[in-house]
Design a protein around this ligand. Structure first.
Ligand code: PHE
Length: 341
């Protein structure tokens, strides 16, 4: 019996395996459940006790030999198949791209604005969209029944006329002053609401970003330089900025900010109505009344504030002519911002 066993070694070693089929035949013949090795293990039970040790060790060697050959050749065949699959494959072909979504243009502008101000030490603050009269008006020096309240086209909450949808992000100015001591340096992006008929140039909801800087000896020159820095970062270093006197109850003096038209570079076009300038927001020195109302000593501290429209800035940056596009969710429009972050 032992001699028989010896002859199987050369048989297993010499078995010709050249492809998947002969490999399978090898497996069936030698190492499958009904194969030769299993059969020999059955016979092993009947081997005389004094031969068991030798027979058992040889049988295990045979088993390892058969399984080892099987594994080695199986790996070879698999590698070969993988190589065959790649033969003739053009590695220079471009990838089939997965269609990616695009960020909304307003989100792109918002992130840009935040990162520009973060670089010069501004933090980002937030506040609720449903506000009370105090944070939208009174705390910002709008006296009761003052006509400036009318200018804001407010949506009031019917059940509680003290509550409203905020008409500007200046509400967050008040909240920041309530909760922080100077020095304060923060921007406040957010959605605002006004009761206006929807058209290409006006909408009942839009976005603003407010800025507030309060410290000792803050001057109008600081305001101008901060905004210069901002528009040059966002629109390019040739952009000009100008301030026109204006009125807001919460700033004194107040100004409206224009930048040289990004589309025609100041030469005059439809977007800037041939003036070469476009308005991007309001600004001014925080009115001492507002500082005092919010518990900040106006003798010790001064500050500036500004507010800009995110839609307006986005329209200028990308040459978008209709505000409604931002809320219509048309993928033909949104898809054009792919790759922008
Ligand atoms: N809140 C003003 C508006 O919505 C803009 C503004 C903000 C003006 C801060 C001055 C200072 O029109």
């Amino acid at each position: 019996m032992l001699q028989n066993l010896d002859s199987y070694f050369s048989e297993v070693e010499g078995y010709e395996i050249k492809d998947k089929e002969s490999l399978e035949a090898f497996r069936l013949k030698y190492i499958s459940k009904n194969g030769l090795v299993s059969g020999l293990f059955e016979e092993f039970k009947a081997v005389a006790p004094d031969q068991k040790k030798l027979f058992g060790s040889k049988l295990n060697q045979l088993k390892q030999l058969a399984e080892g050959r099987f594994k080695t050749i199986q790996d070879e065949i698999e590698n070969q198949t993988a190589a065959d699959d790649l033969a003739g494959f053009d590695f220079s072909l471009p990838l089939v791209p997965n269609p990616l979504g695009a960020r909304h243009p307003l989100s792109i502008t918002r992130s840009r604005i935040i990162s520009i101000f973060e670089k010069i030490g501004f933090s980002v603050s937030d506040g609720p969209e449903i506000e009370d009269d105090y944070h939208n008006f009174t705390g910002l020096n709008f006296p009761p029944n003052h006509p400036a309240r009318e200018m804001q086209d407010t949506f009031f909450i019917e059940k509680n006329p003290d509550m409203l949808l905020r008409t500007h992000t200046s509400t967050v100015q008040v909240r920041v002053m309530e909760n922080q001591k100077p020095p304060i340096r923060s921007i406040m992006p957010g959605r605002v609401y006004r009761n206006e008929a929807i058209s290409a140039r006006a909408h009942c909801l839009f976005h603003q970003v407010e800025g507030l800087y309060i410290d000792k000896k803050v001057s109008f020159a600081d305001l101008k330089n901060t905004l210069y820095y901002f528009v040059k970062e966002l629109f390019g270093k040739d952009t000009q900025i100008r301030f026109r006197p204006s009125y807001f109850p919460f700033t004194e003096p107040s100004a409206e900010m224009d930048i040289s038209c990004h589309i025609c570079k100041g030469k005059g076009c439809n977007v800037c109505k041939h003036s070469g300038w476009v308005e991007i927001g309001g600004a001014g020195m925080v009115d001492p009344n507002v500082l005092e109302t919010n518990g900040i000593d106006s003798q010790e501290f001064s500050g500036f504030a500004f507010g800009m429209g995110i839609e307006r800035i986005t329209m200028l940056k990308y040459g978008i002519k209709d505000l409604r596009l931002f809320t219509e969710n048309d993928v033909r429009f949104l898809g054009q911002f792919k790759g922008n972050i």
